[in-house]
Design a protein around this ligand. Structure first.
Ligand code: SF4
Length: 312
């Protein structure tokens, strides 16, 4: 019998679905076949009538049908006034459905930053929250003590959107019965234990503080354009988008979309600094040493980097 997956879209833009549909080599259909996962319902893939869908939800919520994977995309919307009536399905607050299905699922996955931490949805006034975090505070909608039937917390797969291969890889690991090592944000270390900075092709520019102050150029984007790569955990630059690209590869800074505090309350494309030294330094770096090291590194930058000769 195939493993079952139910995909619930809550308060978000649908970007995680778009990302999922871009899965290739193997594509989504082949991946699910290989993993032995059958989709019970996905808003972009299912054809059941409203009545059949309602029956399915009732069967899942009552436990009459087993549920292996509950994947939630988008934040849980609790407004107005805690009623959840800003986001309903058949006049029922979707937050009730989230709670009912989460109780019955072997694994609960939060696809994207809104479902994980609230994300852009929580930046508004709709009382949105992530499933088990609200930004960097544990708790969220299901509460900090929540565990799914397999004894795991909500597995957070942040990203705006979540990288399709992080989602597919996590499903593959869980379907195979592998134990996932989770970080402090309940994200699998295999995909979130690295920084966006790692794997960026501009690393040598960063090393020698060869910087650029406009989009699409070739230097590092950290010192003027607000690149969050050295502060952000996520697989971009190692798992490319469309197998081809990433923000920093096209000359746009990483905006830190996997971070619990995304979106930040300051402009994306400016580096906040004190006397030319970025306020937010690469994770784990000591300010005094960084200032000394970067000053020397900039003075020692090789001409081939300063000239930015390469076209790619
Ligand atoms: S552009 Fe961003 S990710 Fe790339 S090297 Fe510079 S700081 Fe790191």
């Amino acid at each position: 019998m195939p493993l079952t997956l139910y995909w619930l879209q809550c308060g978000g833009c649908g970007g995680d679905t778009m990302s999922l549909l871009n899965l290739d080599s193997p594509d989504l259909v082949e991946t699910l076949g290989l993993l032995g996962i059958g989709i019970l319902w996905h808003p972009s893939l299912s054809r059941e009538s409203a009545a059949e869908h309602r029956r399915l939800q009732e069967d899942l919520a009552s436990g009459a049908r087993p549920l292996d994977f509950l994947v939630v995309e988008g934040a849980v919307i609790r407004g107005p006034g805690g009623t959840g009536m800003f986001d309903t399905q058949e006049r029922r607050p979707k937050k009730e459905l989230v709670a009912a299905l989460a109780r019955r699922a072997r694994f609960v996955l939060a696809a994207g930053t809104c479902a994980s931490f609230g994300g852009i949805s929580a930046a508004g006034d709709i009382e949105a929250t992530g499933l088990q975090f609200l930004r960097d505070r544990k708790g969220g909608f299901l509460g900090s003590g929540f565990t799914s039937l397999e004894g795991l917390p909500v597995i957070n797969l942040p990203g705006c959107p979540c990288h399709c291969e992080a989602l597919a890889g996590t499903l593959a690991a869980l379907a195979a019965g592998e134990a996932l090592e989770l970080d402090e944000w309940n994200s699998p270390m295999d995909w979130y234990g690295m920084q966006v900075h790692q794997g960026c092709l501009r690393n040598e520019y960063h090393e020698y503080r060869v910087e650029d102050d406009d989009f699409g150029k070739r230097g590092c984007l950290f010192f003027h354009l607000g690149c969050q790569g050295p502060l952000t955990h996520g697989p971009c630059n190692k798992l490319l988008w469309g197998r081809r690209s990433s923000k920093t590869r096209i000359g746009a800074p990483c905006v830190g979309c996997t971070r619990p505090d995304f979106p930040p309350p300051y402009p994306f494309f400016q580096t906040r600094n004190i006397a030319g030294i970025p306020l937010d330094l690469p994770e784990g770096v000591d300010r005094a040493h960084y200032m000394a090291y970067k000053g020397m590194a900039a003075a020692a930058a090789p001409k081939r980097l300063i000239d930015r000769k390469t076209r790619i």
